[in-house]
Design a protein around this ligand. Structure first.
Ligand SMILES: Nc1ncnc2c1ncn2[C@@H]1O[C@H](COP(=O)(O)OP(=O)(O)OP(=O)(O)O)[C@@H](O)[C@H]1O
Ligand SMILES: [Mg+2]
Length: 404
């Protein structure tokens, strides 16, 4: 998860007093979920006390010993990953009784165990239960349940067999083959659909932590967003933004949000642009191991993105031969618009979904064309071979062994 590469921002920015702070109380003031903020008409009823959240959710309440058994005592070899707030373990439960099952049987789960005694951890845990407990969408990871016992706080999710997009883009090793161009487009579209749903009138939520480690992949590379710990209700009524303490991850957070603490759906769109850029380039948002001038992906790539003829310079070498320049330029241009310094110039997530759907279609047409070309080339070659075998006009081929 690379704390040193893309550390989470947990610092309070004292400069923003918050235009809407009386309405949208800042994260700094106790629990934002159970604050006095009135819920928006179309958004979910998130202003609930902890008791209300836990009671009303359709989630299973697990005992600590249930999860301990399911993960075989949190065995170190079942760790799926680790983040700022804890580790994630693989486990097995019975689909009906939700009790621990023998490894390899029943339902596979991913259990996130939060570090104990962290107030921020508890707040994020509750936010996750609150949001994921209410939403059900093909591009959001499914939360099966939670555990709140003494100072243990855990979250139990559906297991996502292909892990995070971060691992697929940046981990080297035989298990993680470079993600193909077509799969990158598929993942970009799936993740965009997840964000578009969150921004829709139905949900009206700002995700606030869009990054490759929070995009998980199922066995068919369907992308699902996980980690709702930093999610916030979007601005209510005619308010333009929510005023918050600055939180998120360096390299992904929108510049105006970092500077003012003013959060809008367009802050997520900026982070989406950063992830799109990581998918195009195969480079991390922040990478101190690169030569100076290339540490910050957005800064380094912007001049290339803005020039159609230079786009190829930012493309991941491992994608060579898989895309047409036309489609790559369009995706690069989309990323550039998402990264506009002026939030109003960034596209909306619904429009990004439409654009990516069209690009995916063009990509499929290009793929089919090149397949047909290859097939007819192959046919011609085999016809040529056949002529070589039986026809009279065939030239003798150079042979490794001299003719007798
Ligand atoms: N449901 C799941 N199925 C499979 N793997 C998962 C699941 N949830 C999380 N993981 C793995 O565990 C890793 C750690 O997740 P976690 O959300 O705790 O931290 P992170 O996103 O890497 O960092 P951060 O603390 O900044 O959010 C993920 O990157 C992913 O590889
Ligand atoms: Mg995460």
């Amino acid at each position: 998860m690379g704390i040193c590469l893309s550390a989470r921002i947990k610092a309070e920015n004292p400069t923003h007093t918050g235009v809407n702070s009386e309405h949208d109380s800042s994260d700094g003031n106790d629990n934002s979920i159970s604050s006095s903020k009135s819920s928006s008409i179309s958004g979910p009823p998130t202003l609930r006390t902890e008791g209300e959240i836990l009671q009303s959710s359709n989630l299973k309440s697990f005992s600590f010993s249930d999860i301990k058994m399911a993960t075989r005592n949190f065995r170190p070899d079942s760790v799926l990953g680790g983040g700022g707030f804890g580790s994630v373990f693989k486990g097995w439960i019975d689909e009906n009784s939700f009790t621990a099952a023998k490894p390899g049987t029943g339902l596979i789960i991913a259990a996130k165990k939060l570090h104990q005694e962290s107030f921020q951890g508890h707040r994020e845990w509750l936010a996750e239960v609150n949001y994921l407990g209410q939403f059900s969408h093909p591009h959001l990871v499914k939360l099966i349940g939670y555990c709140l016992e003494d100072d243990h706080r855990l979250l139990v999710y559906e297991f996502m067999p292909r892990g995070s997009l971060e691992n697929h883009l940046f981990r080297r090793g035989s298990y993680f083959q470079p993600l193909s161009w077509s799969l990158r487009l598929k993942v970009a579209l799936g993740a965009a659909k997840g964000l578009a749903f969150l921004h829709s009138a139905e949900a009206k939520v700002i995700y606030r932590d869009f990054k490759t480690s929070n995009i998980l992949l199922d066995s068919n590379y369907n992308a699902k967003l996980s980690d709702f710990g930093l999610a916030k209700d979007g601005p209510a009524g005619d308010k333009s933004h929510v005023s918050t303490r600055v939180m998120g991850t360096y390299g992904y957070a929108a510049p105006e949000y970092l500077a003012t603490g003013h959060l809008t759906a367009k802050s997520d769109v900026y982070s989406y642009g950063v992830v799109l850029l990581e998918m195009l380039s195969g480079r991390r948002a922040i990478d101190k191991n690169r030569p100076s001038g290339e540490h910050k992906l957005v800064e380094w790539s912007k001049p290339y993105l803005a020039n159609k003829r230079k786009v190829f310079r930012i493309m991941d070498n491992r994608l060579e031969g898989q895309y047409t320049m036309d489609v790559a330029q369009k995706v690069a241009n989309l990323a550039l618009r998402c990264l506009s310094l002026e939030p109003k110039l960034r596209p909306k997530m619904v429009d990004i979904v439409k654009e990516l759907e069209q690009l995916q279609e063009s990509n499929n047409i290009d793929n089919n064309r090149s397949k047909t070309r290859n097939a007819s080339r192959q046919r011609r070659r085999s016809a040529g071979d056949a002529l070589g075998k039986f026809g009279k006009a065939a030239y003798p081929r150079p042979s490794a062994t001299p003719p007798e």
